[in-house]
Design a protein around this ligand. Sequence first.
Ligand code: 1GP
Length: 232
Amino acid sequence: MDYRTWRHAFKLDPAKSVTDEQLERIAESGTDGLIVGGTDHVTLENVLDLLARIRRYSVPVALEVSTVDSVTPGFDYYFIPTVLNSTKAEWINGIHHAALREYGHMMNWDEILTEGYCIMNPECKAAELTGVSAIPDEDDVIAYARMAEHLFHMPVFYLEYSGTFGDPDVVRSVSRILESTKLFYGGGIKNAGQARQMAAYAHTVIVGNVLYENLDAALETVEAVKKTPHEG
Ligand code: 1GP
């Protein structure tokens, strides 16, 4: 299933453990896709292990690349984040350039896409790593969304509230100005109600940490998102 039609995705952290039984429930939950990605301790070994276990199921799977060393063939998609509000060039184009120098000649561009990230929670690990210290206000976010869509022609704009539930008004404002770039929302969704709120505005709602805290609640977000009409 084409990522552009995903309404719901789970993000699995290769550095965290899930049992086979839990993984089966996640993969067969009806979610549209699984995204393998994390900030710390992502290694080729733990990515390969998770990929092999996910491949027992038919759900599409994307690797969200955070380190070049952990990239391996076998995923349906490779999501390449570039942090639009980072203050460190390495997270905007630096690591990307190093990766393309090394592997550019052998990349399958059909399965690779760029996510224009806007990090909204300065407390999260990704913010610390990428040098995001100020929270963008709504006008900032709109400008980043327009930058992603109209200046850089990115297929995805990712509003990343990782670990904290975002402001639905900001998500709505962004959804209103995006035309063809897809809006991914991720951050702090812990139950069906929160998933529903963001599903009204985001094309794709991404649920991460609650998988490891309350699997039953996480699984309920799938139906909640799918039953919510997108207002865009
Ligand atoms: C993290 O956007 C995802 O990159 C999901 O966030 O872990 O807070 O659900 P949570």
